[in-house]
Design a protein. Sequence first.
Length: 220
Amino acid sequence: MITKLNLASNPFRNRTLPWTVALVVSCASLIAIFLIVSEGRRTGVQADRAENELLALRREREALLAQANEVRQTVPPTQLKTLEAAHLLVDRKRFSWSRLFADLESSLPQSVRVSRISVRQVMRRGGQTRADLDLNVVGRAPADVIGMITEMNRAGTFSVTPASETPRPGKGDGGIEWALRVSYVQRAPGSDGGGRGATTSLAASTVAPPQTITTPEARP
């Protein structure tokens, strides 16, 4: 016997749940839109501020360049030459031959010796002393010099590019003389770690007579 009978056209239907879900989704969408708009405005404000700062820096740079040009025009040529000479002396003082010898000593194998060193340019860049060198070395075999070049480039203090190689038959032990183009980054003072002893041995055994070591040319 049926005691309960539901005669509704849509029995057991929950009308509240869909509206609740729709309301929650709508609120979440509105919150997301609000956050996106706020972030966009904040990004726009930051971009405008950065652009204004960049413009201010450009104007300041142009003003400094204009002042420098005015000063350059008012300074007599003799004083400019004196200033260039002072820069030259400062760069030469910053360049340490003993440290160069120590770095070369740590990079040269026993089968390779230096025959000539010429410093073409000395400059300051990024707080470091850099120099362009012409370096002539003599090796018993090509593999010795190639291995030395590879090791020097790997260490980072030197960047070496071979320029030429010339056989030396009948000169002492013979071998092959290589002309190298070298970019050298000098280490800071105090980082030699025993460089004085190395300098003495290099100057005595592997570097040719002093007249082959040219005076470094520096530029301001």
